[in-house]
Write a new protein. Structure first.
Length: 129
């Protein structure tokens, strides 16, 4: 979906659901979802037990992931992010100039590169409310 098509889609969607259109719709925000690996999920759940902690290898990967996300947030490239309560998948709202840039940001996450996050999917997101 090209930028012009995305704007028209957003305007049509907003008109359908709210009865009005903005003059300048919010574009350039993308939602990235990732599946949390079974290995990370199981280690996380064990770490929640009294006296539990993440194995060093996973802890280092999680620290790198969190540092990356904090840096993106400080630069205004991530609006919000985090896992579901069930700790099965996570999402990030990414601000980027293009879908390709958003995909690059999501795929360069150290958690994705380390394999604790997988099945990355990035799509344009339209902030209606």
């Amino acid at each position: 979906m090209g930028k012009d098509v995305s704007i028209e889609f957003c305007l049509a969607t907003e008109l359908m659901y709210t009865g009005s259109k903005r003059r300048k719709p919010t574009v350039g925000t993308y939602v990235a979802t990732q599946t949390i690996s079974t290995r990370f999920r199981e280690a996380h759940m064990q770490a929640l037990e009294p006296g539990g902690k993440l194995p060093q290898e996973i802890a280092a990967q999680v620290d790198a992931h969190l540092q990356y996300m904090k840096e993106l947030k400080a630069k205004g490239k991530v609006l919000a992010g985090g896992p579901t309560v069930a700790f099965t998948w996570g999402l990030s709202l990414i601000v980027a100039d293009s879908l390709e840039e958003a995909k690059t940001i999501a795929e360069n996450d150290p958690g994705v590169r380390a394999g604790i996050l997988a099945d990355v999917r990035v799509e344009p997101w339209y902030h209606m409310v």
